[in-house]
Ligand binder design. Structure first.
Ligand SMILES: [Zn+2]
Length: 405
């Protein structure tokens, strides 16, 4: 009897202990974003400003790059300079890596260069501070968190000369078939004039990347007391380093202050104009989004949507050109198969293209296109399958009549 009671008590304690441990683990996002504070953000921004204008390929920009490299290295990350050459400029991006279970990566990034004459406190000391603060906060928990995806902390130069560093990075990634799940770009996140400005942040995205904004909106609600921001969505344009990633078919969003900085690109873009409380809250939002992305701690049981945009069912194609609607899909010569695939919760991981059940291509970045040019006559089946990042899948298929000899 006594023994049984002891065992029961032991069980009870064990149970309680495990409950505490798991409860603690689920709160690590709160713990991490709580280590990000105004003092930390202001230190980074003042330090960056004190290098002077960080004009790409000049000594002050290179010194700022060296400082960023050393900070990231000292946090215990595998850190490297990535030299680039573009449009007559040559400089370096800096990348620190926190490996996850998979090589696919989630990127947090910002440009650290500035325009001539500007100390670049907001543009873009604020975004660079967010990358450093993310790295610092996560470094203190990195042995405790289990990451699905690899996190890459990246700072670019050459942004002010035409997104040069980020174009170089994204084109390399594309050429090497690197799998990038999501990109979070921070540029000018430290300025707010009014109460409205202090309570809002803009996120720029596109159709394929909207799922990332959806996660940010959820995260902003989940950690409201630490973030206190409403998200305002806008359509992405070519105005910062998220753009090259979008251009190469990756999913990327851009975080940006709600009220545009009055001192933009002037000598008055200085740290004393920064609202550090605001910059801290925007940084926490980005970091919480980053961790949720890296773990995809999202319940997604919804399959993606997928459709074949080309060939269109019921049309005649000759030499890859749409001719006329004929009721049946008839293809003479080669054809490009174009697929539209979107997932609202976790984004598209990959699209597979099959002809008669044989896998012809696996595509990791959009536009999802495959040129089908092989001997084929009479009836064949085109099937496309899209997978989201939670491995839910959906497909679309139809038969085509082909003459390609
Ligand atoms: Zn900028």
């Amino acid at each position: 009897m006594k023994k049984v009671v002891c065992v029961l008590i032991a069980c009870l304690f064990t149970q309680v202990y495990f409950l505490n441990v798991s409860a603690h683990n689920t709160n690590y996002v709160e713990d991490i974003i709580n280590t990000i504070n105004e003092e930390m953000i202001s230190n980074y921004i003042y330090t960056l400003q004190n290098f002077g204008p960080r004009i790409t390929a000049t000594p002050s920009c290179q010194q700022a790059g060296q400082y960023i490299y050393e900070e990231l290295y000292e946090m215990g990350y595998e850190t490297r300079f990535l030299p680039w050459e573009n449009s007559g400029y040559s400089d370096r991006n800096i990348e620190a890596i926190l490996p996850g279970e998979r090589n696919d990566s989630v990127i947090i990034c910002a440009h650290y260069d500035s325009v001539p004459t500007s100390p670049g406190a907001d543009d873009n000391g604020s975004g660079t501070a967010a990358v450093l603060a993310a790295a610092k906060a996560i470094s203190e928990y990195k042995d405790r968190i289990q990451l699905t995806y690899t996190i890459r902390f990246i700072t670019f130069s050459g942004e002010e000369e035409g997104l040069l560093g980020s174009y170089s990075y994204a084109s390399n990634a594309h050429n090497n078939n690197a799998q990038i799940v999501a990109v979070l770009n921070a540029d000018m996140i430290g300025y707010a004039r009014s109460d409205m400005g202090k309570n809002r942040v803009k996120i720029y995205d596109d159709e394929n990347s909207a799922w990332i904004t959806n996660i940010s909106i959820d995260v902003a609600k989940m950690y409201e007391e630490y973030i206190g921001l409403n998200i305002v969505r806008r359509d992405a344009g070519a105005n910062s380093d998220h753009w090259p990633f979008l251009a190469y078919g990756y999913d990327a969003v851009f975080f940006h202050e709600y009220e545009f900085n009055d001192y933009y690109h002037t000598s008055n873009d200085t740290a004393d104009k920064i609202d550090f409380n605001y910059a801290t809250r925007v940084t926490r939002l980005i970091v919480a989004t980053l961790i949720h992305l890296a773990n995809l701690e999202i319940t997604d049981t919804e399959p993606p949507s997928v459709r074949i945009d080309k060939p269109k069912e019921g049309y005649l194609y000759i030499a890859d050109r749409e001719i006329i609607r004929v009721g049946k899909t008839i293809i003479i010569g080669k054809t490009t198969i174009e697929v539209n695939a979107v997932d609202d919760k976790t984004g598209i991981n990959r699209v597979e293209i099959y002809i008669d059940g044989h896998l012809k291509a696996t595509l990791f970045s959009h536009p999802y296109k495959f040129i089908w040019d092989e001997f084929a006559i009479f009836t064949h089946k085109i099937k496309v399958v899209a997978y989201d990042n939670a491995e839910n899948s959906n497909y679309n298929e139809f038969n085509v009549i082909v003459f390609n000899a």
